[in-house]
Design a protein around this ligand. Structure first.
Ligand code: FAD
Length: 82
């Protein structure tokens, strides 16, 4: 996905599901994308990380404990938004 940020910059990102991507790494797919579609582009910053996309867990509270956010698996599995 490309999100333009100005005349010469854009956020370019990719999300893959580790359990289904085999031996293909996200960085390789992203580099291939840049090579094919934005060959002049230079990477000026990288942000990487994992998003839990396994669906909700059954219980997020217990005595003296409440899970929220990623710990409670509350991120959107389609967009990765948390
Ligand atoms: C590359 C990337 C891009 C994303 N983009 C978006 C986006 O555009 N929009 C969106 O809505 N979401 C986005 N997300 C998802 C979003 O960042 C997360 O869902 C959200 O930050 C989860 O918040 P959280 O507070 O649950 O967990 P976190 O933000 O992971 O916070 C947990 C905190 O606990 C701390 N911690 C861990 N262990 C301990 C410990 N033992 N003791 C004390 N502190 C500890 C950690 O250092 C961290 O500060 C993105 C995620 C990634 C990886």
């Amino acid at each position: 996905m490309d999100i333009p940020k100005g005349r010469n910059t854009a956020n370019v990102g990719i999300g893959i599901q580790g359990s289904k991507s085999g031996n293909v790494r996200a960085i390789t797919l992203l580099q291939n994308y840049l090579k094919n579609y934005l060959p002049e582009a230079k990477i000026i910053e990288m942000v990487v990380g994992g998003v839990p996309a396994c669906g909700q867990i059954k219980q997020t509270i217990s005595d003296g404990l409440m899970l929220v956010g990623d710990a409670a698996r509350q991120s959107d599995p389609l967009t990765g938004a948390g």
